[in-house]
Design a protein around this ligand. Structure first.
Ligand SMILES: NC(=O)c1ccc[n+]([C@@H]2O[C@H](COP(=O)([O-])OP(=O)(O)OC[C@H]3O[C@@H](n4cnc5c(N)ncnc54)[C@H](O)[C@@H]3O)[C@@H](O)[C@H]2O)c1
Length: 321
């Protein structure tokens, strides 16, 4: 009989983490999650899942053998990170270093972010772009914050890789789906919540900013296709963009959400600077996903319209349009 594999998922009670945990359990893994519950979502106890409340920075090595690690623990969301820049940076850098040093012999999948492209507006952004510390510091307004933390984390992983078992770095681009909270600034759940209550849907800036939204189920399927391909673990590969390449303007997104919820919400425009003083917004963020697609073939992504439908169906709030 095959030995049952064991995965460790840090931040596994979060939005994407739960999708990864589900996928692993369905794939016959035993899973241990560590999460400090700072921004977690309720998660049901079930067979093959163990949940440990712990700050990843203080994590102690599990005594059981681990076959793979998914490191997602992080502060996430503009509103949260902006107010807690230093803690955000520390969780990313110290957390990743902890995982690297405790499990040098285990394959690891690290979650970075499209934020490491800083304020780069080239379209679409690809993994070969050289990103300087100055670029991410500009994004974080010359503080150590989310983008700088992810950037430094990537550097640490690459530096550790000769002495560590193989690592993969994933740069997700705006993942959305059921149960995602808008509390920390995620735009789609924020818009849906406002629309459902017929409250103003607030767009920061002109609304012409372009973003690409990937449904979490599609994201997870594409992620595992990549991880399951041995070629993805070659040391010259390592970093992958994963996300939908299909952009939508934020004003159009607000209108789409309004239409789908049959809401009477007004769409209100607020200066970006009023909400995030001194911070610059990224105008265009579109991923180039060719590198991953060369390994796993064309990735499929449902449209933003279908993603919103599925969120609304889940909330039992769908209004046909
Ligand atoms: N959601 C997106 O669109 C997106 C985009 C780019 C990158 N990412 C990255 O993907 C990962 C998961 O994001 P998410 O959307 O699921 O966020 P999330 O906030 O839902 O999940 C993060 C989880 O980490 C936990 N956590 C935070 N600090 C911790 C600590 N010190 N120790 C242990 N656990 C801690 C939280 O309680 C939460 O459960 C993050 O690393 C994030 O930076 C997400």
């Amino acid at each position: 009989m095959n030995k049952q594999k064991h995965a460790l998922v840090t931040g596994g009670c979060g939005f994407i983490g739960q999708s990864i945990v589900d996928y692993l359990i369905k794939s016959n893994y035993n899973v241990t999650v560590i999460d400090d519950f700072s921004t977690s979502y309720p998660m049901q106890e079930r067979p093959h899942l163990e949940i440990i409340e712990e700050d990843v920075i203080l994590h102690t090595r599990l005594s059981k053998p681990i076959d793979i690690i998914f490191h997602l623990a992080s502060l996430v969301g503009m509103d949260l990170c902006y107010k807690n820049n230093r803690r955000t940076y520390d969780v990313m850098t110290l957390g990743a270093r902890r995982i690297l040093s405790l499990y040098p012999d285990v394959p690891k999948v690290f979650f970075s972010s499209s934020c490491v492209y800083g304020l780069d507006y080239s379209t679409p952004v690809d993994e070969n772009l050289e990103i300087s510390k100055k670029q991410v510091m500009d994004y974080d307004q010359n503080q150590y914050g989310y983008a700088t933390g992810k950037w430094q984390m990537e550097k640490d992983i690459i530096a550790a890789s000769p002495n560590n078992h193989k690592s993969i770095i994933i740069r997700p681009f705006n993942v959305i789906g059921k149960n995602q909270s808008g509390t920390y600034g995620m735009v789609v759940p924020k818009f849906i919540k406002a629309a459902r209550h017929n409250l103003p849907i607030t767009v920061h800036g002109s609304g012409n900013q372009l973003r690409c939204f990937a449904h979490v189920d599609d994201f997870t399927i594409n992620l595992f296709k990549l991880i399951d391909n041995p070629q993805s673990w070659r040391s010259d590969n390592m970093i992958y963009n994963i996300g939908s390449p299909n952009p939508i303007g934020i004003k159009d997104l607000a209108e789409l959400v309004k239409l789908k919820t049959a809401s009477t919400s007004p769409i209100k425009f607020e200066a970006y600077d009023d909400y995030y003083p001194g911070k610059k917004d990224v105008q265009v963020r579109i991923p180039n996903i060719k590198k991953a697609e060369q390994l796993i073939g064309k990735m499929t992504w449902r449209s933003i319209s279908r993603s919103i439908d599925s969120i609304l169906i889940h909330e039992n709030e769908t209004v046909s349009v």
